[in-house]
Design a protein around this ligand. Sequence first.
Ligand SMILES: Nc1nc2c(ncn2[C@@H]2O[C@H](COP(=O)(O)OP(=O)(O)OP(=O)(O)O)[C@@H](O)[C@H]2O)c(=O)[nH]1
Ligand SMILES: [Mg+2]
Length: 340
Amino acid sequence: MRLALCGLPGAGKSTLFAALAGRKLAGDKGRDQAGTAILPVPDQRVDKLSALFNPKKTTHAQITYLDPAPALAKPEDPTTRLPPELRQCEGLIEVVRNFDAGLGAPNPQGDHQAFGDELLLNDLITVERRLERMAGERQRGRKVDQEELDLCQRAKAILEDNQPLRGEPVFMHHPKLKGFGLLTARPLIVVANNAEDDPTPPDLGTPEPPVVVRAAIEADLAQMEEDERAEFMADLGLTESTLDRLIKASYAAVNLISFFTVGPDEVRAWTVRAGAPADEAAGVIHSDLQKGFIRAEVMRYEDITSHGSEAAVKKAGLMKLCGRDYLVQDGDILHVRFNL
Ligand SMILES: Nc1nc2c(ncn2[C@@H]2O[C@H](COP(=O)(O)OP(=O)(O)OP(=O)(O)O)[C@@H](O)[C@H]2O)c(=O)[nH]1
Ligand SMILES: [Mg+2]
């Protein structure tokens, strides 16, 4: 699951990214690529399952943050002004500047509005281009996909009404729209990057206040040794790490749930969107499991921890056999049966 940092130039994206990437990374893969940080999502349930199964390896769910390089824009084409990575990510983190530091007085509400307009304009162009192409096909006597046409027309109407598409999940998840990379269909987490001495969320004119970070401080904290960091945080009156809060907020905002696989080799948390059916969850583990899906044996995390073993859960009749349409719940433990 990938989230891309975005926002106007100079908002502090790379500073926030440095803070995120400077933390403990989930293995060396986290440093594979410049601008990519793979972070473990803290989850006590994984630690408890690991204590129970004593596996060779324990793997937490991961969340990936990208700090894309600024786009090489052609001025006449607004769709080239944003980095292409934004379209490939499952969610966006918009960083809004709320500090001065010689860059001029901050205008967080104006910046947020301007960046939102940019996303909206991009989607409108994407949808209009597709509609034009379909109209052309039709003129040449070719059949066009009615479902896709309807979706595009509906998206266009919403965008022309100045509304983002994220109110309707269909625009993010419909297979026929997958390749469009519609930006306003993606979940958006708004982060205000505040001045060092300012803990107050700015009013962005949104129903929810933004998550506040102080990226410059966080980047410094990320470089410190554990005890030095604790002292520094105490001095600043910080209890929970802001980045921890941001990671949790990201996981929730993109509507993700965790399911687990357990065994002597590995206890592992996997990430899937809320409402995903069992075969899609199987596909997260491996595409073969989705292709050859037969059924899933499902146990609840709570049942495993209270009964103490898989055998005891089965004996108590608490293991369910589920077909591909079963909607996976947060905290399910899955064994996927498959056949290719
Ligand atoms: N005072 C202060 N300065 C910051 C903070 N975050 C970033 N800056 C400064 O603001 C400038 C821009 O920060 P970057 O992190 O490079 O911003 P960016 O969004 O990555 O910029 P682009 O990649 O050019 O779009 C740098 O000089 C940073 O040192 C902050 O929280 N407080
Ligand atoms: Mg940058």
